[in-house]
Each structure stands twice: as C-alpha cells, then as structure tokens.
Design a protein around this ligand. Structure first.
Ligand code: G1P
Length: 294
C-alpha cells in the first residue's frame, strides 16, 4: 500500500526559545526565507505524500494561516504590479490536503501521535517533526528512501538516523543496531530515549522522520510515561521491537544534515547556514561575516 499520509507534530511549546516562542510557534521561526515548517511540508510534497495532519496546540494558529490559499494577497500582488512575488507563494498551490487536530494535553510525542489514530485508520504513515529541517533548503529525499525500505522489507517501522557526537546522545532517541554491516540501512535490536553517554548503545540518533504501520498505535496505547514523565514514541517503538516487530534505520546523507531549531545556538547556526546559501544574498553575507570576524 503506497504511503500517502503524514503526521506532523507541532504542539510543543518551544520553551527553550522563550520569548521568541511566546506567541509565535517555533515551527514558524524563519530560517533563511521560509518558516521552518514550510521546509518540512515541501520535503514531504517532494517525497509523494498527499495528506498532512498537523497535531497542533493553542499557540499554533499561525501554521494553519500559513498554508491557506490567500486569494486576497494574490489579487493584491497582481493589482499592484508585483507579479514577481507570486512565485514566493507557489507553495500554497502544492497538491496537498491539510488537516489539523489539537493535542489537548501536553503528554509527550507518543501521545501526540496517538491523536492521529482516527486520521490514519489502517494505512501506513509518515511522522515528520515540524521543527526540524533536513538539509539546506531541504533538497534531500530521505523520506522517499525510507518508504522504499519500508515496502521492500515489509517493515513495521523505518526511522531516519544521524550519527551524533558522544556528548549529544542524551538529547536523542538512540538506536541499538543488530549490526552495522551496512551503515546506511540497518535493523534495530532496540532503541532508547535520551540515554546517558555511558548507557548509549550507539551514536545513531533519531533524526525526526519515521514511517510506521498503524500497528504502532497498539504499542502507544500501552506506553506508560517515561523520560521526562512523557509518553515517548521511542518507548512504543522499543516495545514493538521486543514483540518481534521489524524496525529498520536509514542513515541521512551529509546533504540531509539535521537542523535543530530547539535552542538558540543551533537556531542561529541554522539561520546563518541558510543565509549563506541564499542565491541572491549568500555571497554578500559571506563577505560581511569575513569582515566582522577579522
Ligand atoms: C524527539 C524524540 C527523540 C528524537 C528527537 C529528534 O525528542 O523523542 O527520540 O531523537 O525528537 O528527532 P525531542 O527533541 O522532542 O525532545
């Protein structure tokens, strides 16, 4: 069955970025010319997904507005001779259907995914975290490769991984691979949420993209609050593996490097890298930076 559905959790408050995120969803923060979540949606569109469900929360209404078809703005640009700007709104016309539901209590990522159950029904689906861009201008096709592995191996889940330094493993879900004979595609013997460096089974960190059979819901229902007292998606995946589920990891390429928007240092770095890659202004900014750091 082709994978057409994607679930995009965007309910997290982004507390590490207060005051920026007080009324602005962290997924709407600009990185270069676009808000973060637009890169995520464009990536999913390119990978053939058709129906997107956002799991939202109280301060997230700007996300819904962003993906509306804004005829008033389009007409205004036409009437005022600014047709060249219409290109910037081309994303509004993507052949995608948007759905929104609220996570009414902040009980963790696993709980957010449970909110998608009736939308998903019996179909396989992608989960793409709405606050993470993979690759500059998100040109990669990691989700497409993950869907291929999912179908070829009749997997119960496929997860994107990126290798991280040892002092960062405590921030991520970490894979326990069966073996690393092929470092690009490997089966998981287990997965653990945010382990200490000493307990981490590897340095392969979950990189914000997943493909699931709907069977994951059976495990999510049984998952008790774990790390940080939240219902963790990672714990449900671990339970599925323990019950004999086939779960594979696919490694992101260097071009699909994960941009974390969750704290100021990584947010600033993400913006900088995208600004430097800007076709119109990148070179000028590079020169300015050289002068600034001389
Ligand atoms: C979540 C997941 C974690 C994953 C990370 C980045 O954590 O729980 O397993 O590695 O996203 O994809 P969060 O960053 O929401 O705390």
């Amino acid at each position: 069955m082709a994978v057409k559905l994607a679930v995009i959790p965007v309910a997290g408050r982004g507390t590490r970025l207060i005051p920026l995120t007080k009324s602005l969803p962290k997924e709407m923060l600009p990185v270069g010319r676009k808000p973060v979540v637009q890169y995520v949606v464009e990536e999913l569109d390119r990978c053939g997904l058709q129906k997107l469900l956002f799991i939202t929360g109280p301060t997230k209404i700007a996300i819904e507005n962003h993906f509306d078809l804004d005829m008033e703005l389009i007409n205004h640009l036409r009437e005022t001779g600014k047709e060249e700007l219409l290109n910037e709104l081309a994303f509004e016309k993507a052949d995608l259907q948007y759905f929104y539901t609220r996570q009414r209590r902040q009980l963790g990522l696993g709980h957010a995914i449970l909110c998608a159950e009736s939308f998903v029904g019996n179909e396989p689906f992608v989960v793409a975290l709405g606050d993470t861009i993979l690759g500059v201008n998100a040109k990669g096709r990691i989700v497409e490769r993950m869907i291929e592995v999912f179908e070829e191996r009749d997997a119960d889940a496929v997860i994107a991984f990126e290798e991280v330094p040892e002092d960062e493993v405590h921030r991520y879900g970490i894979a326990k691979p069966v073996n690393m004979d092929d470092p690009d595609i490997f089966q998981l013997a287990g997965i653990v949420e945010k382990p200490s460096a000493a307990d981490a089974p590897s340095r392969m960190a979950v990189a914000s993209r997943y493909v699931f059979k709907p069977k994951i819901f059976d495990f999510l229902y049984k998952t008790k609050p774990g790390k940080n007292d939240e219902i963790q998606l990672t714990d449900a995946i671990q339970a599925m593996i323990a019950a004999g589920g086939k779960v594979f990891g696919v490694r992101v390429t260097a071009q699909e490097h994960r941009f974390d928007i969750g704290n100021y240092e990584s947010y600033f770095l993400a913006f900088l890298e995208f600004a430097l890659a800007d076709p119109d202004h990148g070179d000028a900014i590079r020169e300015k930076i050289k002068q600034m750091v001389k």
